[in-house]
Design a protein around this ligand. Structure first.
Ligand SMILES: [Zn+2]
Ligand SMILES: [Zn+2]
Length: 268
């Protein structure tokens, strides 16, 4: 009897507050999005292999997106396995630009899961597009700004010498801009995303490509970000050590670690 009474009182003490808390959470915010960096030369989770390139997975939307595939398919798939992301759950691949450190993992990925639509800038070589089709996947091309599906957009092709698209997620806290290398200029990409959807920027994450810039030039980009009201930044991949340090300093707690294996929880 005493044992039973104890069990009941434990239930009352522990379960009831738990129930109340989960109900309150459920009412406050719908389940969020999860962005996991699966390929990056910048480290974060030491159990994963780093290599030059970038790739991340976005979960929690109508489609599960692989944005860029890194430079090596074996590393990409091994990292996804370790992070317990089944390649079979990916329904959409988005490629930012035609550089091997972003496209190199695609063919190995398609061998594991060809049941995907691959969205790429329409200027990608025909032979590359044909190889995607012959692997059994669908090719979707982007020229101008394009809605990929509800709440997810492409900036469209930007740049002149190196053409690149960036991915824009429209969340309740503002836009999340995901870049590959940002060859067309990171500030211009962020400005275009903000104007396109007429919303404030919550987070910019990916490669910012500032490695050849002076400290003055990097400070200029930081100023532009601040003027645009960018709330959080995850500068990584090809951003450059000095620029990463400066962004980390300028954003403090709102700098988001985005190395290989980083998991970034986002509002929906
Ligand atoms: Zn590049
Ligand atoms: Zn790159």
């Amino acid at each position: 009897m005493i044992g039973l009474a104890l069990k009941i009182s434990l239930l009352v003490v522990f379960l009831i507050p738990l129930m109340k808390e989960s109900e309150a959470l459920g009412q406050a915010e719908p389940p969020g999005l999860k962005l996991t960096v699966v390929f990056n030369n910048e480290p974060c989770d030491s159990s994963l292999e780093t290599s030059w390139g970038f790739g991340c997975v976005v979960e929690g939307l109508d489609e599960t997106i692989l944005f860029d595939t890194g430079g090596d398919g074996k590393i990409l798939l091994a990292n996804m396995d370790k992070l317990e992301i089944d390649p079979g759950v990916i329904s959409m691949v988005v490629l930012s630009h035609y550089h091997g450190d972003h496209t190199g993992g695609l063919s190995d990925f398609l061998r594991r899961n060809p049941r995907v639509a691959v969205w790429l800038p329409e200027s990608f070589p025909d032979s590359f597009q044909a190889s995607i089709r012959s692997a059994g996947a669908e090719v979707k091309t982007v020229g101008g700004p394009t809605g990929l599906f509800d709440g997810v957009h492409s900036t469209g092709e930007m740049g002149s010498s190196i053409i690149e698209q960036s991915l824009v997620l429209d969340t309740s806290r503002g836009l999340v801009v995901i870049t590959g290398c940002a060859h067309p200029g990171i500030a211009g990409i962020v400005r275009k995303a903000g104007r396109l959807l007429n919303k404030r920027i919550y987070l910019v994450v990916g490669g910012f490509h500032l490695n050849s810039m002076t400290a003055d030039e990097i400070n200029g980009v930081i100023r532009e970000f601040k003027e645009m009201g960018v709330q959080r930044v995850g500068a990584t991949h090809c951003t450059g050590d000095q620029a990463i340090k400066m962004f980390r300093q300028a954003w403090g707690d709102d700098f988001v670690e985005s190395g290989c294996g980083a998991v970034i929880e986002l509002p929906r």
